[in-house]
Design a protein around this ligand. Sequence first.
Ligand code: AMP
Length: 215
Amino acid sequence: MRIVLVGPPGAGKGTQAAFLAKNLDIPHISTGDLFRANISQGTALGVEAKGYMDRGELVPDEVTIGMAQDRMKQDDAANGFLLDGFPRNVAQAEALDAVLKKDDMQLDAVLDLEVPEDEVVKRIAGRRICRNDSAHVFHVEYNAPKTEGVCDVCGGELYQRADDSEETVRTRLEVYHTQTEPIIDYYRAQNLVVTISALGKVDEVTARAMDALKK
Ligand code: AMP
């Protein structure tokens, strides 16, 4: 299966993607994670991406599309993938279509996670992520780790993403509405969109997502 996950920052895309990818036995490809890995390794790509990310803006398409394409070409993605955070504007969606078409492939579904804006802000403000694995996500109130600052899963250090500050979140939400939301209409025209509510417990949302994808 080839799936795109879309939804505002804080919808739980990363959390859901990790579970869905495991259930469906396809790799979870997150452009945000790829950028963060490049930043921590100090690569040229990471240096270029960091300023945009810190401001909550999109990294330019020339950089992003090439990076996503390279990742999708790897062996583990030959039979499918779950894209999380890509595409994020219509130009990227068109580039993805072109790449797939070249190999006679197409997307199977676009899963749209819906969550009210006030909930998004609360989720992001309290979000803490494990340095070892970005799929290990906690929330200081809703899903607090047993020991403050320590990952329950692997003992890694929990941190707050630099772009999870209130000011940057506002920019990211605006970017989502103006640049990313239009891809939902783009994919609606291809009859690919399934929308589910991202409210509720993590496993409830995963079950809802699996149901929607089966249909
Ligand atoms: P995420 O982890 O998906 O929330 O992404 C974090 C940040 O990485 C975004 O706010 C952007 O600055 C950058 N980023 C991730 N994916 C993309 C993309 N597809 N296009 C442009 N920028 C991206």
